[in-house]
Design a protein around this ligand. Sequence first.
Ligand SMILES: [Zn+2]
Length: 165
Amino acid sequence: MYFKYCAKCGEKLNDIKCGDDFCKICPSCKQIYGSSPFPVVEVLVVNEFNEILLLKQNYISESKWTVVSGYVNDAETLEEAVAREVKEETGQTVIKCQYISSYYFEPKQLIMIGFLVYVNKAEFSISSEVNDIRWYKIDEVDAVIARENNCSGMHFDKCRPYLEN
Ligand SMILES: [Zn+2]
């Protein structure tokens, strides 16, 4: 994603070289813009019984289930975004967070940053975006997880070697 105008003050941006990279700079407020995609965390949640938490979100898929995901907020670390999204969408508390892999989602120019997180199974508390939620056994996930136009399936595959049988 290339910006043409400053998101802070609206001034038209100029080209600038930052080291070896081509960037844009605002001539007025000096804010620098890279050609960055938007960061989104993609989170596979596992509990102490080796169950995988999946969400049913009808705006994403009518039939398939997805992992927790969400935009990273301003002034927030990736780990904070992970813990916040998991809490907001599922009610679970993250006790350990491990980076696994990243994925570029071209349709929306997103960089999906994939984590595997561990929680102690707790009561569900879901956001309004979530239509259904449940724990799956690891060998049940493949049949239900979203792979079309969604990174959930790919992320599950990358996490699979880290999960116990
Ligand atoms: Zn500006």
